[in-house]
Design a protein around this ligand. Structure first.
Ligand SMILES: Cc1cc2nc3c(=O)[nH]c(=O)nc-3n(C[C@H](O)[C@H](O)[C@H](O)COP(=O)(O)O)c2cc1C
Length: 229
């Protein structure tokens, strides 16, 4: 699970007309499935949340696989700038729409759906003004950050360390990114098992390794390299 990095290039600029100016990114997309994702992006050393579409944009006539990102609350022109992006979750498949109006409606839904997930994960406040990102919570000392996860999800220190270590081995070497993945994974576990009202986290059959594999395979193409033994 590497971070996707590339340069922002010009698209057909239709997104701008639809009301969603997107950054088209010239990046390697090996192993990434087409679809619509919630992402964390970095532009000029600043974190931003957004939605990303990877695919061939079947509503138009584009046949090439492209990657484009709509960043929340972002109004700057960034053509030619570097962007890094990390996938937090996938929420739907790319599909063909009968009209641009229906596509626009769907993208609006995508944005509110992603915002809800970001709130659930704890990286975006409902009023969008105070987010975990702007509060620098991601840069808290280790113990404070662990305590936050413990309060939110009932994860104990041993399990937290295993998850942290697993994401590090997986290639997420930057601490702030890894912490977002940890929050994202913990919220995935909770969502996966909504009926369990216990304060403590449960992994069910297959244990933690199985859940980590399922979390990753929800958006990364299965490969031997990506599987946990
Ligand atoms: C969140 C998001 C979801 C999208 N989903 C679809 C989709 O399901 N089908 C599709 O044909 N295009 C989809 N698109 C791509 C739009 O068609 C695209 O943004 C628009 O055509 C602008 O492209 P351009 O910047 O190359 O002009 C999506 C774009 C975004 C940002």
């Amino acid at each position: 699970m590497t971070i996707i990095a590339g340069t922002v290039v010009k698209g057909k600029q239709l997104g701008r007309k639809l009301g969603f100016p997107t950054a088209n990114v010239d990046a390697k997309m090996h192993g990434l499935r087409n679809g619509v994702y919630g992402v964390l992006a970095t532009v000029n050393h600043q974190f931003h949340l957004g939605v990303m579409n990877i695919g061939v944009k079947p509503t138009g006539s584009n046949l090439e696989k492209t990657l484009e990102i709509f960043l929340f609350d972002f109004h700057r022109d960034i053509y030619g700038e570097k962007i890094e992006c990390s996938i937090l979750f996938k929420f739907r498949e790319e599909r063909r729409f009968d009209s641009l109006e229906s596509l626009t409606k769907q993208i609006k839904k995508d944005i509110s759906c992603a915002a809800k997930r970001f709130e659930l994960i704890g990286i975006m406040a409902p009023n969008k003004k105070e987010s975990l990102l702007s509060h620098q919570e991601l840069n808290l000392p280790d113990l404070c950050f662990y305590k936050k996860c413990n309060n939110l999800y009932g994860v104990n220190r041993g399990v937290y360390n295993v998850i942290d270590n697993w994401f590090f081995e997986y290639g997420i070497t930057q601490v702030a990114y890894r912490r977002i993945y940890i929050l994202s994974f913990l919220s995935f576990l909770k969502e996966d098992n909504p009926k369990v009202s216990s304060k403590y986290i449960r992994f069910g059959a297959g244990g933690l390794a199985d859940k980590l594999n399922r979390f990753i395979s929800s958006y990364v193409e299965e490969s031997e390299e990506n599987r946990l033994g």
